[in-house]
Design a protein around this ligand. Structure first.
Ligand code: APR
Length: 239
């Protein structure tokens, strides 16, 4: 990895008064969770429309439920890695104001980050699609109907065809619009509207990603590498 780029990132972090981090599935692959569009990613083998959409929830509920039970079970035994912990540490030290994440695994919170905007919801909690009653994850995993109305249980994840949670998107939009520095980690930036967020930053923009072949032209600094590797090495220059 290019050490001069790491030094530049560290100096920008030190100078910045308001840094926002935007993460995607590449932030969790080193915790053992597949991403979506890399080789081996979820959408390389499954069409998201058939399992992760409003259409699937309404018309293919058993397939929808099996897919999310499988994704929830994939989290079993996985935990945040050093890179998540570095971001949480940077928040504690005032180096990072907040994290806007597309991830639904809550690893940022588990690692200690407090100001986290979940733009695509989470798969750790569930509700009834029909009466909105909060339900136990266990009931969903055991394929039970809603205890209150016998309706369909579903994770609190944003499905294709659903709008993003207003408050999370509003917070993320306001934060990145005020940022001196936006650090984008582990995302292909293929999905609207999150892929529009980086350009709202009027300050400097850094991109940390394994594949920097696409989506990198808008960035002032592009570091090709793994999230855990780059973040832990940057931390060595900051602590
Ligand atoms: N370190 C850095 N980058 C990584 C790593 C890693 N360890 N592993 C993978 N990557 C990169 C890949 O090269 C890819 O560019 O992370 C990116 C992940 O891109 P996607 O798989 O498209 O995931 P993401 O951008 O988060 O997808 C956005 O799409 O399907 C929806 O809701 C889903 O939130 C998801 C959204």
């Amino acid at each position: 990895m290019d050490s001069s780029k790491l030094s530049l990132l560290a100096s920008w972090m030190k100078q910045s008064k308001y840094t926002v981090v935007l993460t995607g599935a590449g932030m969790s692959t080193e915790s053992g969770i597949p991403d979506f569009r890399s080789p081996g990613g979820w959408w390389r083998n499954i069409d998201p429309a058939t399992v992760a959409s409003r259409y699937a929830l309404e018309n293919r509920y058993e397939l929808f439920r099996d897919f999310y039970i499988m994704r929830i079970n994939t989290l079993e035994g996985c935990k945040p890695h050093e890179g998540h912990k570095v971001l949480a540490e940077w928040e504690k030290r005032g180096l990072v104001h907040c994290i806007a994440t597309q991830n639904v695994d809550r690893f940022h919170q588990e690692a200690g980050s407090r100001n986290v905007y979940e733009l695509h919801g989470n798969i750790r909690t569930v509700r009834c699609e029909d009466c909105s009653n909060a339900a136990e994850l266990k009931e969903f995993l055991e394929k039970k109907p809603c205890a209150k109305c016998k309706g369909k249980l579903r994770p609190n994840v944003v499905l294709f065809g659903e709008s993003l949670p207003y408050e999370a998107l509003d917070n993320a939009t306001h934060s990145i619009s005020k940022a001196d520095l936006a650090v984008v980690v582990g995302t292909s930036l293929q999905v609207y509207p999150v892929n529009q967020l980086p350009e709202l930053c009027k300050g400097k923009k850094a991109y940390i990603n394994l594949d920097t072949g696409r989506s990198s032209s808008q960035f002032d600094l592009v570091i090709e590498g793994s999230a855990r590797d780059v973040l832990t090495k940057a931390e060595m220059l900051l602590d």
